[in-house]
Design a protein around this ligand. Structure first.
Ligand code: PLP
Length: 417
C-alpha cells in the first residue's frame, strides 16, 4: 500500500542530509511507514499513493480551520500577484500587529519573525537585553523549538524535547541555562535563590503541550508571576502551541495569568511561516534602533506571511465560536478514547486542557522505542499502523497529541476512536 511513498522516502533520504523533515522521521522512529502528502483539503489529505487520511496533525497545529482554508489561500494568492516586496514596510505588517494587540492581553508591541523557534530565541535575547542579566530558567520537557540548542548554549548539544523521562532526552546543563521542573515552584525558588540578581527570564509553555498536554497545577503560574514581579525577572510564555488555539488571547486569556513577553507561531501564520514575540512598550524599546538588541530578518514581516496571518486572525475574530467547537470536539474525542482504551485494557493516561489533548502510554513496554523501531511493539503497531490502515493520521511521538481542526466532523472523530 505504501510502496510508492517508501520509494520517495528512500529518494529523500539520499538527497537530504540527515534524512527528511521531522514528521516523517518521527514516523520512521516508531516503526511506521512514511506518508508523503500530495494534496490536502479541509480535514483530509491524500498521499502520493492516492490514499485518503483524516488528519489529526494539522501541520503540528497551525491549521485551525483545516487544510487549504479559503481566506488564507485567497490572501496568499492576492499578495503574490501584487508582488512580494520583501524587506520593505507594508501596511499588512502593521495591521497584523494591531490585530495581535487587540486579541492578546497585556501586549503593546509585536515583532514578526519566521518561526516559533525564532520567536523564542528573540524573546530570550530581549529579556537578556532588558534586564542586563544572562541566566535563563527553562523547564525540563518544555520545547521552544531548535532554539533549545541556543538556550542551552552552542556546543552543549543538549536538546530537551518531550517528557523529561522520554528516552534519549538529555537535560541541558550549560551554565547560563538552568533547568527547573514544571509544576514545581520550589525547584524554581531554589534556583533563583542560588543565583540572586542573575536570572533574566523564565521561559515555559503555559500549558506544557510538548510533554503531552500537562496543564499548570493550581498556584504554579501564579507563583512564577509573583516571583518574577518581586525579583525583576521577565516571565516569557511560549504560546507557540497555545496561542490562538486555546482562546483568541491564548493561555494568558484562558488561564488569566499575564506574561511579560509572549511568543507565537503555528496558528498565527495559518500554515505559512510566521512567528512573533510581543510585550509592553517598556520592554520592546530595548530592540534596535532604540535599544541594545538588534533584531531583523530578511523575510521577517514579508507580505505573503503577513497576509496569511491577517486572514487567519480575521477569520478567528469573525468566528470566535471556533474555540468552543474545537473544545467540544476534543471533549468528545476524550470520552470516546477513554471508553475505547478502557475496554482494550491499554495502560494509558489521557490529558486534556480545553482543545488540547494527549494520550500517554504509561506502560514501559509501550514506550519501548527500540522494539517499536523494529516493528515489534504491539501497542505502536495497534496505534500508528492500525490508525493508518483506518485512514487516520496521528502525530507520531512518545505520546499522542492530537491537533484538532474545525473541518473535522464527528464521524471523522469516531474513526480515530
Ligand atoms: N515552542 C513551542 C511550544 C512549540 O510547540 C514549537 C514547535 O513545535 C516551537 C516553539 C518551535 O516552533 P517552530 O517549529 O515554528 O520553530
Amino acid at each position: 500500500r505504501y510502496e510508492r511513498s517508501s520509494a520517495l522516502f528512500r529518494a529523500a533520504y539520499n538527497v537530504l542530509p540527515g534524512g527528511v523533515n521531522s514528521p516523517v522521521r518521527a514516523f520512521q522512529a516508531v516503526g511506521g511507514t512514511p506518508v508523503f502528502v500530495k494534496e490536502a483539503k479541509g480535514a483530509y489529505f491524500i498521499d502520493e499513493d492516492g490514499n485518503r487520511f483524516v488528519d489529526f496533525i494539522a501541520s503540528w497545529g497551525p491549521l485551525l480551520f483545516g487544510h487549504a482554508f479559503e481566506p488564507v489561500l485567497e490572501a496568499v494568492i492576492e499578495r503574490t500577484r501584487k508582488g512580494t516586496s520583501f524587506g520593505m514596510p507594508t501596511a499588512l505588517e502593521t495591521e497584523l500587529a494591531e490585530k495581535v494587540i487587540s486579541m492578546v492581553p497585556n501586549v503593546e508591541k509585536v515583532r514578526f519573525v519566521n518561526s516559533g523557534t525564532e520567536a523564542c530565541m528573540s524573546a530570550v535575547r530581549l529579556a537578556r537585553g532588558y534586564t542586563g542579566r544572562d541566566k535563563i530558567i527553562k523547564f525540563a520537557g518544555c520545547y521552544h523549538g531548535h532554539a533549545d540548542a541556543f538556550l542551552i548554549q552552542a556546543g552543549s548539544g543538549a536538546v530537551t524535547f518531550g517528557s523529561p523521562n522520554s528516552p534519549g532526552v538529555t537535560p541541558g546543563t550549560a551554565k547560563d541555562t538552568l533547568l527547573a521542573t514544571y509544576n514545581d515552584l520550589e525547584s524554581v525558588e531554589t534556583l533563583v535563590s542560588a543565583n540572586t540578581g542573575e536570572i533574566a527570564a523564565f521561559i515555559l509553555e503555559p500549558v506544557a503541550g510538548n510533554m503531552g498536554c500537562i496543564p499548570p497545577e493550581k498556584g504554579f503560574l501564579e507563583g512564577l508571576r509573583e516571583l518574577c514581579t518581586r525579583k525583576g525577572i521577565v516571565l516569557i510564555f511560549d504560546e507557540v502551541m497555545t496561542g490562538f488555539r486555546l482562546a483568541p488571547g491564548g493561555a494568558q486569556e484562558a488561564l488569566g495569568i499575564r506574561a511579560d513577553i509572549a511568543t507565537f507561531g503555528k496558528v498565527l501564520g495559518g500554515g505559512l511561516p510566521v512567528g512573533a514575540f510581543a510585550a509592553s512598550r517598556e520592554i520592546m524599546r530595548h530592540l534596535a534602533p532604540e535599544g541594545p538588541v538588534y533584531q531583523a530578518g530578511t523575510l521577517s514581516g514579508n507580505p505573503l506571511a503577513m497576509g496569511a496571518g491577517l486572514a487567519m486572525l480575521t477569520a478567528i475574530e469573525k468566528d470566535p465560536e471556533v474555540f468552543t467547537r474545537l473544545e467540544q470536539k476534543t471533549a468528545y474525542l476524550h470520552k470516546g478514547l477513554e471508553k475505547a482504551l478502557d475496554s482494550k485494557d491499554v495502560p494509558v493516561q489521557i490529558n486534556r486542557f480545553g482543545s488540547m489533548i494527549s494520550v500517554h502510554f504509561t506502560d514501559a513496554k509501550v514506550r519501548d522505542f527500540e522494539s517499536a523501531a523494529k516493528g515489534n511493539n504491539d501497542y505502536f503497531k495497534t496505534y500508528f499502523h492500525g490508525m493508518l490502515d483506518r485512514g487516520v493520521y496521528l502525530p507520531p511521538s512518545a505520546f499522542e497529541s492530537y491537533f484538532l481542526n474545525d473541518a473535522l466532523s464527528y464521524e471523522d472523530l469516531d474513526l480515530a476512536i
